[in-house]
Design a protein around this ligand. Sequence first.
Ligand code: PMP
Length: 410
Amino acid sequence: MTLPRVVGAEHAVPLIDGRTIAYANLDHAASAPCLTAVRAAVDELLPWYAGVHRGAGFPSRVSTRVYERARTTLRRFVGAPDDAAVVFTRNTTDSMNLLASAVPAGSRVVLFDTEHHAALLPWRDAHRLRTPEVAADAVGVLDRALRERAAALVVLTGASNVTGEVWPVAALAEVAHRHGARVVLDAAQLAPHRPVDAAALGVDYVALSGHKLYAPFGAGALVGPADWLRAAEPYLVGGGATKLVADGFAVTWSDAPARHEAGSPNVVGVHALAAACEALAGSWDAVVAHEEALLERMRTGLAHVPGLRELALFEPGHDRVGVVSFTVDGIDPGLAAAVLSAEHGIGVRDGAFCAHVAVRRLAEGGQAVRASVGLGTAAEHVDRLGRALRLLVARGPRARYEVVDGRWSP
Ligand code: PMP
């Protein structure tokens, strides 16, 4: 089984000393590079794309066919049943906001407080459970909360974007279902790394983003039971979402999914997302093996950096995808990220990763550095990270970095 290739893997980037070096992509958790197969699929569609559901011309018919076929691809990709609705959205954030708007009025929603903001903030009046000190205890915490008071929906995350740790989704979903609640899985960070099987995990809705799945920005999906989506008023209104606008503006909305896809759909983005799903679905063994080897190698390198502490919600040895966040004693995370980029051509992310509650709890100062591997990462990249951090610790930060507009800059 061959490893899918990404575009741009051979990029050279400038260093502070005037040299150039191969870019070390350790920032897949933010956005993954595009697969070559995705670029080929987009190239194939570009000469033919036209408005979806909006024209009788041949390109429009091609686009409509491509767009509708992508729903089947997404349904299969996440292991959802044949009758699941697939709504194309912009990203996971959009998918979560859509579901939040579609939950029946008065429903109680339960979630853990360490979620990514995309999963946390759409449900302002949700019941937020404090993620326990050892997150594995979350199963018991959820059980007690739902026994006290039933809920309509539980929001879960597949893999943490802060620690990469994989949540015990099947066990949590079993508890939710036992108490009559549905489950939505934020799969933004899990879907690029592991097969997501909604049926096996026991989750009802799956939300994901194309740009984390090796497709370009702009397309994501919400997959799940159609009933709530059918009954809900669209939260974005306009053309395509309506069957009829009568004189006097009485509106009859289309059925789901069209009801929640107002405006001209992003057919190229959706096609790219489907192409990425197909490429990954055909190569999981190779993808998982590649990432596991890189993750182990990276963590071995990090273990040799004095003063480095990994962030973790679960106990040591817990299953995780290729994402590691850490702090280094005495070194500002923003400065570390700037040095890694400017002196070593390494791309990482620093800050609180849109999960402020989680990072505040896990890292002194509420900030960390995040290194994440994927199909655009080579073994040399993770080796370089370990070397660069050891050098930084040994030498201390250089004077030539300063804070510009709130960020460390050479
Ligand atoms: N959930 C998780 C776990 C994520 O990592 C992200 C992206 N960082 C999101 C949700 C939101 O994804 P998007 O920005 O594509 O909407």
